[in-house]
Design a protein around this ligand. Structure first.
Ligand SMILES: Cc1cc2nc3c(=O)[nH]c(=O)nc-3n(C[C@H](O)[C@H](O)[C@H](O)COP(=O)(O)OP(=O)(O)OC[C@H]3O[C@@H](n4cnc5c(N)ncnc54)[C@H](O)[C@@H]3O)c2cc1C
Length: 457
């Protein structure tokens, strides 16, 4: 059985047979060129074709469909997105933030609906999201968070505090003091979603050129090592890899996040851990720890981030990397019941971080150039909404979606090196300090916590 991408992630490894992509002959011209075959590029192609089946669309992908974050993430399809809290905290932008939030809720269902309609078997299960308090003061923080959601107008059904006993009937970790529950979240197998979506758009006539890295973009032309392609519309969907394009070194910061997966666990272990409805879970640590139960009964847990000087990118992160090892240690601390079981996979993936820490969808009719991205670590559902918005913008449709606050919310560029490296490492260090101080003192770290929250958006 061949699978040239088995070391990319557990998700890719579990696909079984994956054909080696051919290096195709490139077209000289296309109407719409999309750069990147991750969720953003594929959802955009999907909705463009749905709204205008006659469009001639080509997707150029450096490696293979789903090779980036889309085939490596934690598989949380969540009804929230980075930056939503900031919109809602600002009275001038609260109403727009609420519309966006409701649309993110709809997006979780939209992804499920399309997977069903298009027969994409990505193990979608909408079991909700549990934020588990593993320190007593986390319980107070999470209760306040739930109360803040209710104050904004969300219902008890949508966000709920579960006291320890009720929380334990859903998930049991080493120390838990209750959990906040959010309804609008589904678990998915992300590589199956990306590959399935790739097949669907191909069937609709979208051409996907794999192993075709693009080096430069300019109005009307896409440049590759194998020649130039003329295009009326050019859409950038390269997220954490954007620095690979000429002139984009400082557009989005590429930040690594690490994930691990256990071997399939027997039912007696799961009856101890819970997650019977395949709820996803995290805890309120600053350097987030998050996870899901897969359909084949593994525990997948992610956390910890890293940045390499000069926005350098590594194709894969080995299991021996100290950041991956750290996540493994967290898994074993949180779930002592796993002591006799193996962690079989560890990998890393690239997130795209914009300077203002919230997504942007943008299209300029005059030049035909557009892009969507900047989801940080919350893009599984957000890419679907971004694809719907971007397709409306390209087709010049004035809709409710094109009124959402992501539209044309362009970030400024990141600082030059070494400031970028110093900034990324300082913020990470503040996160460690805050988490360590809080675990030791069992109360919020006002100094490190304040600066971490302020600088990380
Ligand atoms: C480890 C990890 C865990 C995460 N967990 C979650 C989660 O649980 N829930 C959640 O909501 N979000 C999560 N995210 C974020 C989410 O995965 C991303 O926001 C989302 O997948 C972004 O999709 P995308 O298509 O924009 O980018 P990508 O999936 O990264 O796709 C970009 C594609 O562009 C291609 N490309 C790049 N440059 C070029 C070029 N020059 N020429 C041609 N092709 C190019 C790449 O090869 C890649 O396939 C996580 C991210 C990571 C890294």
């Amino acid at each position: 059985m061949t699978n040239p991408y088995s070391d990319v992630s557990f998700w890719f490894d579990s696909l079984g047979e994956v054909a080696e992509p051919e290096v195709p002959e490139l077209p000289t011209e296309t109407e719409v060129a999309i750069i990147g075959a991750g969720f953003t590029g594929l959802w955009t192609a999907y909705y463009l074709k749905q709204k205008n089946p006659a469009l001639d669309i080509s997707v150029f992908e450096a490696e293979t469909v789903g090779y980036g974050a889309s085939g490596r993430n934690g598989g949380w399809c969540m009804g929230e997105a980075y930056g939503l809290n900031a919109y809602q905290a600002d009275p001038a932008r609260r109403e727009a933030g609420m519309r966006l939030h409701r649309e993110m809720f709809n997006t979780v269902d939209e992804v499920g609906r399309i997977c069903q309609a298009e027969d994409i078997d990505c193990h979608y299960a909408k079991g909700g999201w549990l934020s588990v308090a593993h320190l007593p003061f986390h319980a107070r923080q999470l209760q306040k968070r739930v109360a803040a959601k209710h104050a904004l107008g969300f219902s008890e059904e949508e966000y709920r505090w579960l006291p320890p006993e009720e929380a334990r009937s859903r998930i049991s970790i080493a120390k838990d003091h209750g959990a906040a529950y959010a309804k609008h979240c589904a678990a998915v197998h992300p590589a199956r979603l990306a590959r399935g979506l790739g097949e669907v758009v191909r069937r609709r006539g979208v051409r996907i050129y794999e192993r075709s890295p693009v080096t430069e973009l300019a109005p009307g032309a896409v440049t590759t090592a194998r020649g130039e392609i003329k295009a009326r519309v050019i859409l950038r969907a390269t997220e954490g890899y954007t620095a690979s394009l000429a002139g984009h070194k400082r557009t989005l910061m590429p930040l690594y996040s690490m994930v691990t997966a256990t071997e399939p666990l027997p039912e007696e272990v799961w009856s101890g851990i819970g997650l019977g409805e395949r709820e996803v879970f995290d805890d309120p640590r600053r350097l987030v720890v998050y996870g899901q139960r897969t359909l084949d009964n593994r525990l997948v847990v992610g956390g910890r981030a890293g940045y390499y000087f000069g926005s350098r990118r590594r194709p894969t992160i080995p299991r021996s990397d100290h950041n991956v090892r750290y996540v493994e240690k967290v898994v074993r601390d949180l779930f002592p019941v796993l002591k006799d079981f193996e962690i079989t996979h560890g990998w890393g993936g690239l997130m795209g971080v914009p300077r203002h820490w919230r997504p942007c969808v943008s299209y300029d009719v005059a030049s035909g150039m557009g892009w969507a991205g900047g989801y940080v670590g919350e893009g599984v559902a957000a890419t679907n909404l971004a694809g719907r918005i971007l397709s409306d913008l390209v087709l010049d449709r004035d809709t409710d979606l094109t009124q959402l606050p992501w539209v044309d919310d362009e970030p400024r560029r990141w600082e030059v090196e070494p400031l970028r490296w110093i900034g990324a490492h300082s913020v990470r260090w503040m996160g460690y300090r805050a988490d360590a101080v809080e675990a030791r003192k069992q109360k919020p770290s006002r100094f490190w916590g304040y600066w971490f929250d302020k600088l990380s958006g």
